[in-house]
Every structure is written in C-alpha cells, then in structure tokens.
Design a binder for this molecule. Structure first.
Ligand SMILES: CC(C)(COP(=O)(O)OP(=O)(O)OC[C@H]1O[C@@H](n2cnc3c(N)ncnc32)[C@H](O)[C@@H]1OP(=O)(O)O)[C@@H](O)C(=O)NCCC(=O)NCCS
Length: 171
C-alpha cells in the first residue's frame, strides 16, 4: 500500500517478498554499523515480519523507499513504536550506493508530514550514535531539537536524543 510520495520518492508498506532488497540494507555491515550491526537472512525476516505486524496493529510502521523513475529500492524510512514519552521513533536505513543524494532527508520529511497529517502523531523521538554524523544531519535538517545524551543498555553507550513536536492543523 502506498503511504505517501515526495518529489523523487514513493513510500509504501513493507511486504514479505521485500526481503531480498532489504538484505542489501539490513544485511550490510557498513549500513548497520551504528544500528546494531548486520543481521542474517533469518533475523531480518523476523524484523520484516515485525514491521508488517506493526503496520496491522498500530496503523503505522517503517516503509520501503522506492525511486519514482527507476523503481529501485533505495532504503527504509518510517517509524518504530512509541518509546517513553514519544508517539513514535523516526528511523531510516539506506543502501550504500544511494547515500549522499538527499534521499534520506527527503524520505524523512515525507514520513513526518504523513505522521502529522494522516496519523495524528504529536511527538517524535530519535536516538543516534554520537559518531553518526549523517544521521544527526538528517534530524537537524528536519527540525529535530537535540535534548541531551542518555545511556542505552542495548548499545551500552550514551546515545544522542532528539525530539520533534509535530503541530496539528489548528493548534
Ligand atoms: C544516515 C543515512 C540515512 C543518510 O542518508 P543520505 O541519503 O546519505 O542522507 P542525505 O543525502 O539526505 O543527507 C542529508 C544531510 O546530511 C549530510 N550528510 C550525509 N552524509 C553525511 C556524512 N557522512 N557526514 C556528514 N554529513 C553528511 C548531507 O550533506 C545532507 O546535508 P545538506 O542537506 O546540508 O547537504 C545513511 O547514511 C544511512 O543509511 N546510514 C546507515 C544507517 C543509519 O545510520 N541510520 C540512522 C541511525 S540507525
């Protein structure tokens, strides 16, 4: 199901047969360097199923990002479930050959507009490895505010915490 589109991109819900394309992303050590490392095909099938179920249960999830002209899969962008005081957590992972072309910034912008207008989400959080300069830029470019560092038990380090308040029309 198509979720939204931007100037160059289409975002649609994930499907089980996206696994091959996703392995270029979630199966890549380089892409997943700051996101818990690459997974095996079995692990990523479970991740994929998790996002498919999340879409059914919550009405939002992470989405496949496709180039409008070439129809190539560029990445994944969207949301993880509510976390602490946040309605959702923004995420984005793009295949290495497609870095540096503004796709992540554009996809994040499209997801955030969709979250605001169609999902009614209000507060979005994002948590970034301090060494992940590219990811920090995506957040800053989309209006996120740095609120401080926080210890994460799963990564065993301080992560940078960002948040964005999405105002609803009329507020
Ligand atoms: C983070 C990631 C999504 C960025 O994707 P991208 O499509 O290359 O980013 P964009 O081209 O939209 O760049 C957005 C901004 O960040 C800047 N940027 C991109 N990569 C950068 C880098 N390595 N160092 C510094 N700035 C960088 C761009 O110059 C751009 O800024 P500008 O608008 O001022 O020119 C991509 O590198 C990626 O998939 N990384 C691995 C997964 C990941 O770390 N995800 C996030 C946390 S889990």
């Amino acid at each position: 199901m198509k979720i939204t589109e931007t100037e160059r991109l289409i975002l649609r819900t994930l499907e089980v047969n996206d696994l091959d394309a996703l392995m270029d992303i979630w199966g890549s050590d380089e892409v997943m360097k700051y996101c818990g490392g690459a997974g095996t095909r079995e692990q990523e099938l479970r991740s994929l199923q998790y996002y498919i179920d999340m879409q059914k249960e919550r009405g939002f999830s992470s989405y496949l990002v496709i180039h409008k002209d070439t129809l190539k899969v560029l990445g994944v962008c969207g949301f993880n479930p509510p976390h602490e005081e946040y309605d959702a957590e923004l995420m984005y992972h793009f295949a290495k050959p497609h870095w540096g072309k503004g796709y992540a910034k554009e996809a994040a912008k499209g997801c955030l507009a969709y979250a605001k207008e169609k999902l009614g989400l209000r507060r979005i959080g994002a948590f970034v490895d301090p060494k992940n300069t590219a990811s920090k830029r995506i957040l800053e470019k989309n209006g996120f505010r740095f609120i401080g560092k926080k210890w994460f038990e799963d990564t065993k380090q301080d992560e940078l915490c960002f948040e964005l308040e999405l105002e609803r029309p009329g507020e």
